[in-house]
Design a protein around this ligand. Structure first.
Ligand code: NAD
Length: 368
């Protein structure tokens, strides 16, 4: 392969410290013959110098709009809202393929500029499985936030600001310290435990010291009997990590919470799946996404009953920007190495086909 160039842009979303490409994986691309431009970015968890040491060429922050249009631009999150046409190929999460708010306007920018979108959420291998996702660290961080919320609740306080941790170990130490040294004695239930988020949640719970028997791991087999489930009310922390693909009976309801009255162990629900506005949300006991500044929302449990906090943060991996970026870009690397063959490599051919379908829908919707 010769001559492939890639441009890592800065992230503009508040609190976003992750990167689509880590310095270690940038080096692997450089070693394979890529030229990698990296925008200087103070917000990114990795120092600019780490990319320079990896053989990348540093360029000014947010300078990608003036990059040659034949260079693909890689980033993570949505671009700032604008009407400006997009002439480049962008590899990123764009959140516009499921008709989310503003979807057709975003796609219209690509159409007008003659660019292409390869949406990372839809990059899949031959078996249809996503090539790169952030799930593991979402579950890991979500379970940590759940344990912190449990300790805050025991002190009668809401959980305060959550901030990104330098690394996993710092997160584990902080949670253990809040728990008075160990999570031993805490009981948790993870549903979707066999998936990416679920495995991360289970690992965190192990690492903060819960006994293995106190980590209940449920997946499809255990929920097949249909909810609501008493077992959820009998643990301290419930972490929901399922991938909701079709309507299912709810796992937990207001009615069951009220019926349980004071006879309830459950103190914290972490909804990693965050199907908050989905009409089939299996945990219909809250209706907003919570945030790093205000991580919990109280559930309505009926008068006089013990409190129940819900965490429904939809960008949890941001709490572990270093490891999350490292794992994600390692998963993405084989596909990036195929970029020079993107006219024939399945992952890119399918991504472009999907883009063309979606842009055609947007053109119709926008009347272009
Ligand atoms: N909050 C965040 O920051 C964040 C970050 C990443 C992903 N997510 C979300 O987390 C969810 C899970 O993502 P993932 O990558 O772990 O998915 P995944 O496909 O790897 O795992 C999902 C698991 O849920 C199980 N499952 C599905 N339906 C179930 C049911 N009815 N009962 C029991 N188990 C069931 C599956 O068998 C699978 O093991 C997705 O909705 C994703 O969008 C949230």
């Amino acid at each position: 392969m010769a001559g492939q160039t890639l441009w890592l842009r800065c992230e503009k979303k508040e609190f976003e410290r992750r990167a689509a490409l880590s310095p270690a994986n940038a080096k692997k691309l450089v070693d394979a013959g890529f030229t990698i431009y990296v925008e200087r970015d103070e917000q990114r968890i990795f120092d600019d110098a780490e990319y320079e040491a990896a053989g990348c060429k540093l360029v000014a922050n947010n300078s990608w709009p003036s990059a040659p249009t034949d260079i693909p631009i890689i980033g993570l999150k949505e671009l700032p809202v604008s009407d400006a046409p997009l002439p480049h190929t962008h590899i990123q999460f764009a959140h516009c393929y499921k008709q989310q708010a503003g979807w057709s306007g975003i796609l219209a920018r690509f159409y007008k500029g003659g660019g292409t979108l390869y949406d990372i959420e839809f990059l899949a291998d031959a078996s249809g499985r996503r090539v790169a996702a952030f799930g593991y660290h979402a579950g890991f961080a979500g379970a940590a936030a759940g344990a912190l919320a449990l300790t805050a609740q025991k002190k009668g306080k809401p959980l305060g600001l959550l901030e990104p941790y330098a690394n996993e170990q710092a997160m584990i130490s902080d949670v253990k310290q809040a728990l008075g040294g160990s999570g031993k004695g805490v009981k948790a239930l993870v549903i979707g435990a066999l998936g990416r988020c679920g495995r991360g949640a289970v690992d965190l719970l192990r690492k903060i010291g819960l006994d293995e028997d106190d980590i209940l791991k449920w997946d499809m087999a255990e929920t097949a009997k249909g909810g609501p489930f008493q077992e959820i009310l009998d643990v301290d922390i419930f972490v929901n990590c399922i991938y909701l693909s079709s309507p299912i009976p709810p796992f937990l309801t207001h009615e069951r919470l009220r019926e349980a009255g004071k006879d309830r162990r459950l103190s914290v629900v972490v909804d990693v799946s965050c199907d908050t506005t989905n009409p089939h949300n299996p945990i219909p006991i809250y209706s907003i996404n919570t945030t790093f500044p205000e991580p919990t929302v109280p559930a309505d449990v009926g008068p006089g009953n013990p409190a129940l906090s819900v965490i429904s943060i939809d960008h949890l991996p941001t709490l572990l920007p270093r490891e999350a970026s490292e794992q994600f870009s390692t998963d993405l690397l084989p596909s990036l190495l195929e970029l020079p063959n993107r006219q024939s490599a399945l992952v890119w051919v399918n991504a472009e086909k999907l883009y063309k379908e979606k842009v055609a829908e947007a053109v119709k919707a926008e009347g272009l």
